[in-house]
Design a binder for this molecule. Structure first.
Ligand code: NDP
Length: 251
């Protein structure tokens, strides 16, 4: 990979660390942390689909534009990485928003726009760097571990999302204490699963862009999990005391 891409990726990763510090003190204003002072809003489902579809579109767009118009010259390894990225986003951008009961819910436009920029840069950088890597001669042990973490993380994420979804009956908007699955150990196993996925992907791809995305995911989700955890303890006197925020037995 050439130097400008590396410098851009390092700068982008440094921004993630700064963002995490801000988010520790001011949680992103959506869901239970919504505030009314964040300007105009739009239907949550529409905003969600727009902001999440950008990521696979940017990845595929950069691959197509920069490397190979018909994508036929990509190696099996590159195609595998693209397939994992697309697999995640078919769930996150298309299935998830239609599974959730979000009829009345709204999202600040500014949140959608910031997520669009986030997904555009991450999808674009990953597309550029996946397009530039040569296939490894062999699948190493770290790569097998990466694949395992990605798949395990995706399954944990999907299961945890499903448990949250089952907590509300149609029309309900309040919060209950989630039980079962990895909620036995942590408040936000959906975030834990998502972080495992992108750590696994970074081990598989071994590109600065994939590492940057794993760092960004943790930068977004660890502060949010800590805010959720503090919120549950504040709202529910009976909240399980042994439950950690996001990393079982640790954090
Ligand atoms: P949350 O856990 O905050 O909420 C998910 C959904 O479940 C929301 O509809 C929420 O309702 C509902 N919900 C949450 N807790 C309860 C409860 N106790 N009782 C009833 N309903 C509940 O997740 P996010 O919205 O922050 O994220 C959704 C997904 O997107 C996650 O899987 C996450 O991993 C992923 N994500 C990834 C990011 C990345 O950087 N890669 C960044 C952000 C999200 P309500 O909205 O009313 O609170």
């Amino acid at each position: 990979m050439n130097l400008p891409w590396t410098i851009w990726t390092i700068a982008w990763t440094a921004l993630a660390v700064g963002t995490a510090v801000v988010l520790l003190f001011r949680p992103a204003p959506y869901g239970r942390h919504s505030r009314s002072d964040w300007g105009p809003t739009l239907p949550h489902r529409m905003g969600w689909i727009v902001m999440e579809v950008i990521s696979p579109a940017a990845l595929l767009g950069v691959l197509w534009w920069r490397f190979d118009p018909d994508l036929a010259a990509l190696s099996g390894y590159q195609v595998g990485l693209v397939a994992l990225w697309l697999g995640h986003y078919v769930y996150r951008a298309i299935l998830y928003p239609f599974l959730m009961r979000w009829k009345e819910k709204r999202m600040p436009v500014v949140i959608m726009l910031s997520a669009v920029v986030f997904n555009l840069v991450n999808g674009g950088l990953n597309g550029a760097q996946i397009g530039a890597i040569s296939p490894p001669s062999d699948i190493s042990i770290p790569m097998w571990i990466g694949l395992f973490l990605f798949v395990a993380g995706l399954l944990i994420n999907i299961q945890s999302d499903a448990i949250l979804r089952s907590l509300r009956r149609p029309g309900e908007t309040g919060y209950k204490i989630p039980e079962g699955g990895m909620y036995r150990w942590v408040t936000s196993p959906n975030y834990f699963g998502e972080m495992l996925e992108w750590i696994g992907f970074a081990m598989l791809a071994a590109t600065p862009a994939a590492v940057a995305f794993a760092v960004w995911t943790a930068a977004n989700l660890i502060p949010r999990a800590l805010s959720h955890h503090a919120w549950y303890k504040d709202q529910f006197a009976e909240y399980p005391r042994h439950r950690k925020a996001v990393i079982p037995f640790m954090l």
